[in-house]
Ligand binder design. Structure first.
Ligand code: ADP
Length: 352
């Protein structure tokens, strides 16, 4: 509108100035043809009509620019107002908020980027809440049990020697569970931290797995499970972090023993294809149902809750396994059937 007003003022001033000037010159040149007394009238009339048309054009221009300006600013400002409102709601804690306006211009790109940011922050917030909820749940059960046994011992509710020893051994077991949980959490925290790194070394996978099996000897004997090994002897040495990879095999083997029945069979196999080295651990134990299978690598997820509660299961072992395998640019796959057993397969790139 300001531009229209300015244009009208300039045109009006210049028109008045030049038209009077030219009329004056015209009158002077045609002094012999047109009498001087007639010169002023038509010039003045012409100027007046020019000024009137300018006022009319200016008025119309103002109205049109006002109408256009109003709708244009509404078109631009309305999505911006919605963006502002959404960001305010988001910062107030409404993480489900999304901006739904479609503009089809650069503002649309901004809206899409903001929506992506909202959804990733919402996921992070959910993860944080779940973590706090799971952690407090995991900690409260053993702590409540320990407190209960200690109180009973302190109040002399338990006075016979056998019951006393039983309470002490239960306190020890619950404390061990807490220690195991905190150790697992520490490992996970390191894996997820920025200063996590792999100390890669050329490693013979077969001999590494052999050494891990030796460490498991007491548990294997205790549960009377038999380990069947089928190792490909032509495997190349691959660059891995042996300590971290030991954790992968140990966690998988530990689960295979834990979820096998007494005197069960566990098959350990190493093989290769063109680009990958493959390690598989198969058991014929309780298996995992199809509904639980997609979640077993999530932290704190336990498929058989009633059963795993009794062990020192924290539901973190497989999360650690997956993180380590992926850090080696590998992948892990699981095939399982309820009551039939499970097979965990680790693929590692040969040129790592
Ligand atoms: P946990 O410490 O509870 O074993 P994991 O992260 O290692 O935690 O495993 C998550 C869940 O996956 C377990 O609680 C169990 O329900 C299931 N699971 C893992 N390995 C096996 C297996 N070999 N056989 C049956 N279930 C398994």
């Amino acid at each position: 509108m300001a531009v229209v007003i300015l244009a009208i003022i300039i045109v009006s001033f210049s028109a008045n100035y030049y038209i009077s000037l030219h009329f004056q010159k015209f009158c002077e040149l045609s002094e012999n043809v047109i009498p001087r007394c007639l010169c002023g009238g038509p010039g003045q009339m012409f100027l007046t009509s020019i000024n009137r048309s300018l006022i009319l054009v200016g008025g119309l221009g103002l109205i049109i620019s006002f109408i256009f300006g109003y709708f244009l600013s509404k078109l631009i400002l309305s999505p911006l107002q919605k963006i502002m409102l959404a960001t305010k709601k988001f910062s107030a804690g409404d993480y489900s908020i999304r901006i739904t306006v479609k503009t089809g211009d650069e503002i649309n790109d901004l809206i899409e980027t903001l929506n992506e940011m909202f959804s990733s922050l919402e996921k992070l917030e959910k993860l944080r809440k779940d973590l706090v909820a799971n952690l407090s749940h995991e900690l409260s059960t053993p702590l409540t049990n320990i407190y209960g046994y200690l109180e009973a011992l302190n109040d002399k509710v338990i006075n016979n020697e056998t019951e006393r020893n039983k309470a002490i051994s239960l306190i020890k077991k619950e404390s061990e569970r807490l220690i195991h949980l905190t150790k697992e959490l520490k490992k996970l925290a390191i894996l997820e931290s920025d200063n996590f790194f792999l100390s890669l070394k050329k490693t013979d996978i077969n001999s590494l797995i052999g050494k891990i099996c030796e460490k498991f000897e007491p548990r294997i004997k205790e549960k009377k499970v038999s380990i069947r090994r089928e190792f490909n002897q032509d495997l190349p040495e691959i660059k891995i972090d042996p300590l971290k990879f030991e954790q992968v095999i140990s966690n998988l083997l530990d689960n295979a023993i834990k979820y096998s029945s007494n005197e069960g069979i566990i098959e350990l196999k190493t093989s290769r294809n063109n680009e990958q080295l493959i390690v598989s651990i198969k058991d014929y134990g309780i298996g995992i149902s199809q509904k639980d299978l997609p979640f077993i690598f999530e932290r704190f997820y336990r498929a058989d809750k009633a059963r795993t509660k009794k062990d020192d299961s924290a539901g973190i072992g497989l999360t650690i396994v997956k993180k380590i395998v992926e850090a080696h640019k590998g992948r892990i796959k699981v095939i399982s059937k309820k009551n039939k057993g499970s097979k965990f397969i680790v693929y590692l790139p040969i040129n790592t």
